[in-house]
Design a protein around this ligand. Structure first.
Ligand SMILES: Cc1cc2nc3c(=O)[nH]c(=O)nc-3n(C[C@H](O)[C@H](O)[C@H](O)COP(=O)(O)OP(=O)(O)OC[C@H]3O[C@@H](n4cnc5c(N)ncnc54)[C@H](O)[C@@H]3O)c2cc1C
Ligand SMILES: *[C@@H]1O[C@H](CO)[C@@H](O)[C@H](O)[C@H]1NC(C)=O
Ligand SMILES: *[C@@H]1O[C@H](CO)[C@@H](O)[C@H](O)[C@H]1NC(C)=O
Ligand SMILES: *[C@@H]1O[C@H](CO)[C@@H](O)[C@H](O)[C@H]1NC(C)=O
Ligand SMILES: *[C@@H]1O[C@H](CO)[C@@H](O)[C@H](O)[C@H]1NC(C)=O
Ligand SMILES: *[C@@H]1O[C@H](CO)[C@@H](O)[C@H](O)[C@H]1NC(C)=O
Length: 495
């Protein structure tokens, strides 16, 4: 009787019955893949290395609101799956940052010059605006040349001096946009596309995790407690080995094994760079190894600072900092704590401070460049003293700068589960075309029967929205749909 019943159910559900999928990683891509599969009745298990979900979306209570250690803004509106998913919920708002520039010699940079320089920056560099570039040129090579030429055409005298001194700041902007340690690492030409519309929508003090809550139907506006996603996620499961052939057999560092028909792998490009050789058995094909090697990932660092008393004014849209040559060279003797390179202090990597929504006593400090891995390792005390020193240097004549009473700091590069912040295209990666390196990274591994067995999602596998949350979510859905289509095709063949 039981046997007959099982048979009947089996036919009813078709081949989906008994199909099990493992998703590695509970970041945006993994959650998008798992929720897509689960909503189609597929049995999923999500294995997540950290003790939390979200991956590079990491929103935490701090000060008066929730702040983001990772992704912070929804970049754009049109064709942006995050924007589409939440636009009716009223959870996003415009940020309109317009950082004022401050010089270490305390010369005043006028509003007009600031906005002219900003315009010049955007004229020369836009993540998706360099399409006319010849291949093989880095952003750094391209930018320095164009900036030098245009600045000399547009400005003269003191304005030109300030503009030329600001080249370092321009470098920081590019580093933070690309997540690269240097603008000589990134290709001037790229496949990246901006979504049209507002490029820096914020979550009004509730954090980017709002988007994941909507995906998981946990947000109050779309609440569905019967959707069992939570129970499918296992935390503290560090996947160590993925053996695949007729299905997959995964081992975790805690000694557990997990088997399934298909596996969707979502950890970052940084994790792949460091671990793929030990992780996959049989090893990854050569063209995928090459894509992993050639694509780039670096890191930016955020330090969220809370002050007992707000020392900056009501009207505040961010401050960015420019060192004069003289102060740059003196700095290493004036502030001796923390890492340095070639006689240059880590404080030169401190780019700007930005406001935080609904958090009147808190600021976020952005640190970029190739010293980030070392700055991630400095003590809280050095970090606090250094940021205080630099803020006082630039702003001390205007405000009574105090030390923060609380900080939160990121370590995306040091963390074995990330090894970086977001991916970018290098000139080497761009030697591959149709498919591009990102597309090669996305190709599934099929077994001898042609079954897509190990599938790849995650921001770096997106052909043009790589480095973003909306890109990551699209890739998770893409791979879930690949499995669903495979099941559908197999069913059609049977019937
Ligand atoms: C500082 C910072 C700022 C950013 N700002 C923005 C922004 O403003 N807007 C935007 O759109 N994007 C931003 N991003 C990028 C965005 O966060 C990422 O593109 C996106 O989160 C990538 O999602 P993912 O699912 O591909 O990878 P992840 O979020 O990295 O998820 C992968 C998951 O896999 C887990 N994992 C890793 N190794 C293992 C293992 N061995 N076993 C099991 N699990 C493992 C990880 O713990 C992680 O949870 C930012 C990122 C950072 C770090
Ligand atoms: C945004 O910018 C406009 C001017 O462009 C300004 O009037 C407005 O106050 C700004 N909003 C915030 C929140 O700073
Ligand atoms: C900038 O342009 C000036 C004059 O054209 C030139 O002398 C100088 O070498 C250029 N600097 C850089 C960094 O290209
Ligand atoms: C998975 O691999 C482990 C270690 O090789 C082995 O002991 C176990 O039997 C395998 N499980 C399956 C279902 O193949
Ligand atoms: C800073 O503090 C000092 C003494 O505490 C005070 O005299 C001074 O006016 C303050 N300056 C500003 C800009 O608030
Ligand atoms: C540094 O500050 C963080 C909070 O950001 C805290 O969790 C950590 O314990 C501190 N480390 C030390 C060594 O005090």
């Amino acid at each position: 009787m039981l046997g007959v019943l099982v048979l009947v159910i089996g036919v009813f559900l078709g081949n989906a019955e008994g199909v099990k999928v493992i998703v590695v990683g509970a970041g945006p891509a993994g959650i998008a893949a798992a929720t897509t599969l689960l909503s189609q009745g597929i049995d999923v298990t999500v294995l997540e290395a950290e003790d939390r979900i979200g991956g590079r979306v990491h929103s935490v209570p701090f000060g008066d609101a929730v702040v983001d250690m990772g992704a912070e803004w929804c970049h754009g509106q049109k064709n942006n799956v995050v924007y589409e998913m939440v636009k009716h919920l009223g959870v996003l708002q415009s940020s309109n940052y317009s950082a004022s520039l401050f010089m270490s010699d305390r010369k005043v940079v006028g509003d007009q010059l600031t906005s002219d320089m900003h315009e010049l920056f955007e004229e020369i560099y836009s993540p998706d605006g360099n399409k006319k570039q010849e291949e093989g040129v880095t952003v750094g090579e391209y930018f320095i040349k164009r900036y030098n030429e245009s600045a000399r055409q547009k400005f003269s005298g003191k304005d030109l001096d300030i503009c030329l001194l600001s080249l370092d700041l321009m470098h920081h902007y590019v580093q933070s946009s690309e997540g690269a340690f240097s603008w000589f690492d990134t290709s001037a030409n790229s496949d990246y596309r901006n979504c049209e519309g507002d490029l820096s929508l914020n979550w009004n003090g509730f954090g980017y995790k709002t988007a994941l809550e909507v995906l998981m139907r946990k947000h109050p506006r779309v609440y569905d407690p019967s959707f069992p996603i939570q129970s499918k996620i296992q935390l503290n499961k560090v996947v160590q080995k993925i053996s695949w052939d007729d299905g997959v057999n995964v081992s975790c560092t805690d000694g557990t094994f997990h088997t399934a028909k298909h596996l969707i792998f979502t950890p970052s490009l940084g994790v792949l760079k460091y671990k793929h050789r030990r992780m996959f058995s049989p090893p990854l094909p050569r063209h995928k190894v090459r894509a992993i090697r050639d694509l780039g990932i670096g890191a930016v660092m955020k330090v969220l600072m809370h002050f007992e008393k707000r020392w900056w004014p009501e009207e505040f849209n961010g401050y960015s900092f420019v060192w004069t040559h003289e102060h740059r060279d003196m700095l290493i003797a004036e502030f001796t704590k923390g890492p340095s390179r070639y006689g240059r202090s880590w404080l030169l990597n401190f780019m700007s401070v930005l406001p935080l929504e609904r958090n009147p006593n808190a600021l976020s400090a952005w640190i970029t460049g190739d010293l980030v891995p070392e700055i991630e390792k400095t003590s809280n005390e050095t970090l606090i003293d250094g940021l205080h020193f630099a803020l006082d240097k630039f702003l001390g004549h205007k405000f009574n700068i105090t030390k923060p009473d609380k900080i939160l700091r990121t370590n995306w590069y040091a963390n074995q589960n990330f090894r970086g912040t977001y991916s970018f295209q290098t000139t080497a990666s761009r030697r591959m075309k149709d498919p591009s390196s990102n597309e090669i990274l996305a190709e599934p591994l099929k077994n001898v029967q042609g079954v897509p067995t190990v599938l790849f999602a995650g921001e770096a596998t997106h052909s043009h929205y790589y480095s973003t949350v909306h890109g990551a979510i699209e890739t998770g859905r893409r791979e879930a749909n690949r499995i669903l289509h495979f099941i559908q095709d197999a069913e059609n063949e049977l019937s």
